[in-house]
Design a protein. Structure first.
Lengths: 391, 921
């Protein structure tokens, strides 16, 4: 009841203050982030350790990771990056099979998940669409909504994640660029850009680091309608041109759903009623020897359905100004001759050429430069057009 | 001191007035002068000063002429034919006394057969002064003297009969079984059912004293000349209560058979320092050992390691579900209408049941049936007014009280936009009607309503209310039997209105209603048995929650959880059995029975597996009033007391209790969104067993009370919650709750000084309370299935409450409280999952918030003690939390910008001064 407390405190003269509780050091716990889906691919498992204070997250390396199905078929994993384990073969979870995740850490502790079955494969995203909306709190922007339906009515528990890809156009791009002359001269010169190295239009891709949950247990049929998976404020430059969102729908087991629900409650998204009991969220991975060391996380086996949507800013905000760019692209003028500062900026690739100033006689007097990001989109994204991209 | 001095010089005056010699010679002439004028003249010429009461002198005119006469001669003449005696103390002082001298004629009123004439109105009959001298130690001038009958000469009777009625001063009810004793003698009688008494007294001066439980002790000096009548009207007098020593109560501490009882009289707590100007009986209760709350501003009480839902709080027999205003900063009881509170924390009398830990039995004062009176207070946050109106004199009266805040007004006058639109207000009203129909029948009715409304956010209004009605009929069947029938109804509900003009506007509500009919019989069997028996039945109706969309564009789906219905009945009998003067028992047995009733759809889960949607087997339908499930059991309430010495006793008790209703609250404190849930097919009643042992000793003529009590308690089916449990509007609450075992024990020490300039108490409690939630399934196991400290486990608790009287009008008070911080679940680290950071929480209740301590001071000023004045006033100036200690109320964690931040909140982090004005008329 933070809100209510706050109310009282305000009335009686503010009394909420930050503090640092003294917490004795404790053993860090193994954190498992493992999702097995029905997709045929190399699945990944991420192992790390919980941390205290402001310490950087620690990865858990040199563990032996494998998934075993109930026919004793083993799928071993190999550590590719520190803490990232990838299955040696491509495989997908099959219906009516149960799977266990087995982990042996470098220090020899053995952990196993409880047997977990693939939830029904019968739910499918019927539609993903984008719409200009206003949020409850009055923000104008783009909402991405999803519709899904399971005619068998068995899916019920849904988790959504997304992958956003958007086009970036450098606002001050020029066909010319500056290159630094020798250090002795401390001057720069203008050259044409390399036509093979696209720096005007790029594409950036971001994976969601949050998830949304919904369930259809209180709804008559197993149908997710107009569920808002993402909202982008109209001030966000990422929707300036063309934007694409790949919505991934995971049908979860009830246990996994409850796990994520609790996790979400604790993540600081306060609601008037989420006055929930804090504590350790029990997942489905336990030490093999029934020891007392707890494992954070859950071995999730889920069935995936995904769909992509594209939209253009101009279709929803016709005639309106573009959202502000990440940088306000202020122009700076440097003399065209000896200029150690400009030389250094160009050499370290921190500015982009924008324009130049010539006198009445046409002689070059100065260069006008902008921050690099304004003329070179590769700062923000990749200049390779993604395979799935549709204009 | 004054009394003592007075009696000495009375004694001296008698001796010396005979043998006075004075050599002062004066010349004096006066004609048709009053004696007062004469004395003034003498003072003028002789330099002597007279000490006397003007009324004694009368208005008779006298004349005289003296030449070189001694002062003695002059005065003898002046006071000739009066009852005045004079005494020349030294060469400056002459003291007049009034005694001896018997007149021939009698005042006409003395011829009436019954008289009771106070001294003020008489100037006729005087008795020989040796009466006074014989009773020297009692010749206190403040004792009213009453002369009974007319003295007839030559009648040689040695004894006369005095009779009369004793009635309560305020209510006018006859007082039964009140002892009227002759002080210093062995003679005494007691009043009958009509308050009538008759006593034979010797001629002359007798000091009569009334003595009764809970009744003011009155003393009258009665001078018997003949048979006559004298009525007593003892009662409560607010101005005197602090001073009154109710003799028969003095040994209560050691005498009472039942253990673990706390009694507080509202008048006792008048001088305790206040916060925001409210005198609060429940706040005082938590300064006593064994009763605590979660902290400042926390509603709900924890009694002997029990949860906040385990207390039966009764206001005139009706259950008060939420006894708090404003999150517990104020209690919902009007201090002016509240009479007394008795808290049973150890052995609960058999007539009460339905809660595991305690009974708070709060009674409202009876309305004054004698005269119109009232009481009012003005505080910084609240104002309170109570009026008492007699309807039929000495028979019936009505009392109406109301209390409200002006915080809404304060909020509205603030500059801050968000505060301006918020609100926080409460009020409560109470009305009581009492009627003494006749000698054998009394009825009373109480109605109570309280409501709180406040904003949580600028768009939402949270409100809750209590409504109570109770009717009581008291019937005296005969000398040995009486019956008490009560009917009560109470309703508690809360609501949230969320109106942000968005598509999520809603209106949410919760309500519980209960109606109880109770018959309580009292039978006196011989001298040693007092039997109490009866039955009660209570019907619960719970609407566990409904939500409705507000406005046409709201997308909130309406939802209404099915109504719960239950019937809780009980039969009880108890015997207060006096085995010998030293040994007494109170043996009670209660059989309670609960039936969960339809209409309802009950979810049946696979036996032996955790209840979850996955293990749901079927949904069973029950028709209206069909019995879904029954629970019940015998409850023993046994306690005994043995006197080791007359002021030292040992007591022991065993107590078991059953509770069929539970609060759902994941909060440590009572939060306004807590709901009450009835036992049903999936949730079993809570059960507890308690044993306790206590030693009670009074010292120094009962001025000090000392008690040491210990208890050990085990409970079963205590409700707790799974991690992340969501309790509101949950249709399958049984999948979120866990029922575990509880264990609590403690030692309570209390030293009380009840009288004297310095009075108050010191309490210390060491107590522990643990819960265990174990299961073969990991999701139902908390802290590996081991005992862990309950949310309210606070091992050390010290309270010091003191009051020091400077004079009769001025006093100082101080409170000091120290408590161990309560347990909390802290985040002990963090982890990353899927790219986001989350808090890693410790085992449940592994850490504690910092310790709590607080000092409060107050200064009290009573209005002057003039008898003739409009109102009696009382000022209280308090400073709450003088040390400015920032006592954390709660600790919470918010993920801000991807990282975790800890916050602590406190309610009163600074000293809070308050001034309150009360007056009574």
């Amino acid at each position: 009841m933070i809100f209510t407390l706050f109310g009282v405190c305000i009335i009686l003269g503010g009394c909420i203050e930050p503090f640092s509780p003294e917490i004795p050091p404790s053993d860090s716990l193994l954190v498992v982030d493992a999702t097995l889906t029905n997709e045929l691919k190399n699945h990944e498992v991420f192992l790390s350790r919980s941390t205290q204070g402001d310490n950087e997250p620690k990865v858990e390396s040199n563990a032996a990771v494998r998934i075993v199905d109930d026919n004793q078929q083993q799928y071993p994993f190999t550590e590719t990056d520190a803490g990232t384990y990838v299955s040696d073969v491509m495989f997908g979870a099959q219906p009516n099979q149960s799977y266990r995740l087995l982990i042996t850490t470098a220090d020899g502790r053995e952990y196993a998940s409880s047997p977990t079955e693939l939830p029904p494969l019968t739910a499918e995203i019927t539609d993903v669409y984008a719409e200009r909306t206003t949020t409850d709190s009055g923000l104008d922007g783009m909402g991405i909504f999803v519709n899904s339906f399971d005619p068998t009515g068995n899916s019920i528990y849904y988790k959504y994640e997304y992958e956003a890809t958007y086009k970036i156009i450098a606002p001050k791009w020029s066909s010319s660029q500056l290159v630094a002359n020798s250090d002795e001269s401390q001057t720069v010169r203008v050259v044409g850009r390399d036509p093979d190295n696209e720096e005007r239009t790029c594409y950036a891709t971001e994976k969601s680091n949050t998830f949304s949950l919904t369930n259809t247990s209180r709804v008559g049929e197993d149908r997710v309608s107009d569920f808002n998976v993402r909202f982008i404020n109209r001030d966000n430059y990422i929707i300036s041109h063309r934007y694409s969102l790949l919505v991934k729908q995971f049908v979860l087991s009830r246990q996994a759903f409850e796990f994520y629900e609790t996790l979400q409650d604790f993540s600081g998204v306060e609601s008037l009623f989420s006055d929930s009991q804090p504590g350790f969220i029990v997942g489905n991975i336990f030490p093999e020897d029934n020891g007392e060391d707890q494992v954070v996380g859950i071995f999730e086996v889920s069935s995936v359905s995904e769909k992509r949507v594209f939209f253009n800013y101009s279709d929803f905000f016709p005639g309106e100004d573009l959202p502000p760019f990440v940088d306000d692209c202020g122009q700076v003028t440097f003399p065209s001759g000896f200029s150690p500062i400009l030389h250094d900026l160009v050499k370290t690739n921190r500015v982009s050429y924008s324009d130049e100033i010539r006198n009445e006689l046409g002689a070059l007097e100065a260069y006008i430069v902008v921050p690099r990001v304004c003329g070179d989109c590769t700062v923000l994204g990749s200049n390779v057009i993604p395979d799935f991209w549709e204009e | 001191m004054r009394f003592f001095f007075f009696s000495i010089w009375l004694f001296l005056s008698f001796q010396w007035s005979v043998a006075q010699t004075d050599t002062t010679q004066i010349n004096l002439v006066f004609t048709n002068a009053t004696r007062l004028e004469v004395l003034e003249k003498i003072e003028e010429i002789s330099g002597y000063h007279f000490y006397f009461v003007e009324q004694w002198l009368g208005n008779d005119l006298i004349s005289g002429t003296y030449q070189n006469s001694s002062l003695n001669t002059v005065l003898q003449d002046v006071f000739k034919e009066t009852i005045i005696n004079f005494f020349i103390l030294d060469n400056r002082t002459i003291i007049l006394t009034r005694n001896t001298i018997i007149r021939d004629e009698l005042h006409p009123s003395f011829y009436e057969t019954t008289t009771s004439i106070p001294e003020d109105t008489t100037e006729i009959t005087e008795t020989p002064s040796y009466f006074y001298l014989e009773e020297k130690q009692d010749t206190r001038p403040d004792i009213e003297t009453v002369r009974i009958g007319r003295e007839r000469k030559n009648i040689g009777r040695r004894t006369y009969t005095l009779s009369g009625h004793v009635k309560d001063k305020t209510t006018g009810k006859p007082i039964q079984n009140l002892a009227i004793v002759v002080k210093g003698g062995s003679k005494g009688v007691s009043t009958d059912a009509n308050g009538f008494y008759e006593i034979v007294l010797p001629t002359g001066v007798n000091i009569l004293q009334t003595k009764g439980i809970g009744i003011e002790t009155l003393e009258k000096r009665v001078i018997m000349y003949n048979n006559g009548q004298l009525d007593f009207n003892p009662g409560e007098s607010a101005e005197q209560l602090d001073e009154v020593v109710v003799e028969s109560n003095r040994l209560r501490n050691v005498e009472k058979v039942v253990t673990g009882v706390v009694e507080i009289d509202i008048a006792e707590i008048k001088t305790i320092p206040l916060v925001l100007g409210e005198r609060d009986i429940l706040k005082t209760a938590i300064t006593l050992p064994g009763i605590t709350n979660a902290g400042e501003g926390a509603a709900g009480y924890n009694v002997r390691g029990g949860g906040t839902d385990q207390n039966l709080i009764l206001l005139d027999n009706a259950v008060l579900y939420n006894p708090a205003h404003f999150f517990g900063i104020f209690s919902a009881l009007n201090p002016f209408t509240t009479g007394a509170i008795t808290i049973y924390k150890g052995s609960i009398p058999a007539e009460y049941g339905g809660r595991l830990s305690s009974v708070f039995d709060i009674t409202t004062k009876d309305a004054n049936t004698q005269k119109f009176s009232g009481e009012a207070s003005l505080g910084p946050v609240t104002s309170n007014l109570v009026l008492e109106v007699p309807l039929v004199k000495d028979k019936s009266g009505i009392m109406v009280g109301g209390r409200t805040t002006y915080s809404n007004w304060i909020l509205r006058s603030l500059d801050d936009e968000s505060l301006k639109n918020s609100q926080a207000s409460f009020y409560d009203v109470v009305a009581k009607y009492n009627d003494r129909i006749n000698e054998r029948n009394n009825i009373s009715a109480t109605a109570y309503f309280s409501r709180d409304a406040f904003s949580i956010t600028s768009d939402s209004i949270f409100s809750y209310s209590n409504r109570l009605l109770s009717l009581k009929w008291n019937h005296q069947i005969n000398e040995k039997n009486s019956a008490n029938v009560s009917l009560s109804n109470s309703e508690y509900g809360f609501g949230i209105d969320f109106e942000a003009n968005s598509n999520r506007d809603f209106d949410l509500g919760y309500r519980i209603n209960e109606t109880e009919l109770k018959l309580n019989m009292l039978k006196l069997l011989g001298k040693s048995h007092k039997i109490n028996y009866g039955l009660s039945s209570k019907l619960y109706l719970v609407d566990p929650g409904d939500i409705e969309p507000v406005g046409s564009q709201s997308i909130i789906e309406p939802l209404s959880l099915q109504r719960e219905k239950g019937l809780e009945s009980a039969l009880f009998i108890s015997d207060n059995f006096t085995v010998s003067p030293k040994l007494s028992f109170d043996i009670g047995l209660r059989y309670s029975f609960y039936a969960a009733l339809g209409a309802s759809s009950q979810k049946i889960y696979e036996a032996g597996l955790p209840k979850s949607e996955g293990t749901l087997v079927e949904i069973r339908e029950f028709g209206n009033n069909e019995i879904i499930e029954t629970y019940g059991g015998p409850e023993a309430r046994i306690s005994g007391r043995y006197f080791l010495t007359p002021d030292f006793s040992i007591k022991a008790s065993y107590n078991n209790t059953l509770q069929y209703i539970h609060t759902l609250s994941s909060n440590t404190t009572v939060s306004p969104t807590d709901t009450w849930k009835l036992s049903d097919i999936n949730i079993e009643p809570q059960r507890a067993n308690q044993v306790s042992l206590g030693l009670f000793k009074n010292f120094d003529d009962n001025r000090y009370e000392l008690s040491l009590e210990s208890y050990y308690k085990r409970s079963k089916n205590i409700l707790d919650y799974k991690v992340g449990a969501q309790l509101l509007l949950n249709e399958s609450i049984e999948t979120e709750v866990l029922q575990g075992e509880g264990k609590a024990y403690g030692v309570e020490f209390l030293l009380k000084k009840k009288e004297g300039r310095l009075n108050g108490w010191l309490g210390y409690t060491y107590s522990r309370s643990f819960i265990r939630l174990d299961s073969e399934f990991p999701e139902e196991r908390i802290n590996n299935g081991e005992y862990f400290p309950a949310n309210f486990d606070k091992p050390h608790d010290i309270s010091l409450v003191t009051n020091y009287k400077l004079t009769k009008r001025f006093s100082f008070s101080a409170n000091f409280v120290y408590q161990t911080g309560r347990p909390v679940t802290f985040p002990i680290g963090s982890y990353f999952l899927d790219g986001a950071e989350y808090a890693l929480f410790s085992e449940r209740n592994k850490f504690r918030i910092p310790d709590f301590y607080r000092l409060d001071l107050s200064f009290n000023v009573e209005g002057n003690h003039k008898i003739k004045k409009f109102a009696h006033s009382f000022w209280n100036i308090s400073v709450y939390n003088v040390l400015g200690r920032n006592n954390p109320f709660s600790v919470f964690f918010v993920t801000e910008d991807g990282s975790l931040q800890a916050f602590k909140s406190s309610i009163f982090a600074i000293p809070v001064p308050t001034i309150t004005y009360n007056f009574k008329f």
